[in-house]
Design a binder for this molecule. Sequence first.
Ligand code: FES
Ligand code: FE
Length: 442
Amino acid sequence: RATLTALFDPETGWLDRRVLSDESLYQLELERIFARGWNFMCHESQLKAPGDYLISYIGEDQVIVVRGADGEIRALLNTCRHRGNALCRAEQGRAKSFVCSYHGWNYALDGELIGVPGQSTFYHGELDKSRLSLAKARIESHLGFYFATLAEDAPSLHDYLGVTGRAGLGMICAHGEIEVAEGVQKNIIDCNWKIAVDNLFDWYHVPYSHASANTAGFLDIARIQFPKDQMVMLGEYGHAIGGPGIPRAAQDQINALTDAQRMELSHAQADMAPRIRPRAATDLMGPEGVRSEGHPNIFPNLWVTISGTQMCLRLPRGPSHTELWWYTLVPKAAPPEAKREIIRRMNHVFGPAGLLEQDDGENWSQSTRSSRGVASRTLGHNLQMGLGHDEAKVGAGGEHYIEGLISEHGQRWLYRAWTEWMSARDWAELKANHSAPPTGRV
Ligand code: FES
Ligand code: FE
C-alpha cells in the first residue's frame, strides 16, 4: 500500500510515470480496478431480441452479453469450461445457443451446458454438466445502460454510479429515448488507458493540440471560451464530469420548449448540441439539476462526450495499448435522414475517422512511450494546475463541483481514485477508505 500511494501525491500533483508503463501495476489494475468495478457492457437497444448477443470486456476477460429466451440480459464469460476455447468468435449476432468450435460442447443462452458430444460413451455418463455452466458476471442496468462486474461484494450499480455517474448517463437520455447506431468503431492507440481517460478533463490542450482542426475549419478556437459558468464535477469512486456549461437562463429556456419544438431543433442541428438537450437539469439529473454539463467519465473507462451523442470505452490492452470503442447514439424517434446526419457528423468528431482524436492519440502515444525510458520515467508528470486556488462546492442536486474548467482537478481526482482502488484489498476496504467528493479549498 505504501508503495502504491507513493506513486501519486495529490498534495503536489506529482504522478510517477510508472503508473503509465509498469506491467505489474497493469496486472494489478485488471484485478483491483476492472474486475471489481462496474464495466460498461451495452445499451439495451443493441440487444433487441432473444438470442441477440455481443462481445464485451471486463478488463481482459471476454464477456458474451446476451439476451436470453426469457428476455433477461446476462453476462457470460466467453470461455469454454472444457479446455478454455473462446465460444463465440463473432463480435455480435443472434444465436440459439453457443457451440464450442474445439470439441462441440453446447451452451444455452443462459450459460447452461446442454450438450456434450460422447457424453454417454467417452464420458461414461459421468460428466456432471450442472457444474460446468459458463461463468457469469453480475450485471445491472441504469437507464438502459448495462454494466457488469466480477465482484460479488461490489455495491449496486445505482450506488456505485452515485450522483455524478447517474448524471453522466442522464445527460445522454435527456435527449429522449436513444439507441446505439449500428457499427461500433474500434481502433487501437499505443497509449496507456488512463491517459486516454484523463484527457477528458483536459481542456488546456484544446487550442494547442487541435490547432489543425482549427486550420481545417472544423473548430473555431477563437470562439471557444471558458467562462466561470463551467465546471468540473467530482463524484464517488472516481467518476467525474468536466466540460463547458450552459448558463442557467439558457437551460431554463430549453426546459420551456415543447417536445415538438425540441425535436425540430434537434433535427435542424442534427448534432444535438448540449444547448438543445431537454430536461437535463431536472428529472434525470437530480432535484435541482446540475447547472453545467461536460464530458462524463464513468470510472474506470466509459467516456461520454459532451454532446451526449457519442460514448467511448477505453479498453486496456497491456500497459502501452488501449482499444477504443466508439458508439454513436441517436434519438430513436428521429427520421432516417436525421440519424444519418448525426452519424456523419459524429464520425468527423472523435473515433478513428474523426478530426480530434487523431491529434490527441499522437500525444497520448508519445507520453506513454516516454514513460518507459530509464531516465525519462523517473521524471514524473506534473498535475499541479489549480491546486489550492479553487473551491469545491455542493450543488442543489447533491453534486460536488469546482467552478472553472481549465485546471487539473479532474486528473488529480482520477489518480487519487486509482491509488485508492489499487490499494484496497476488497470492496469493504475500498468503501471504508475511498475519498468522499471534496468540499472547500482544493
Ligand atoms: Fe470447448 Fe473442448 S474446449 S469443447
Ligand atoms: Fe482533444
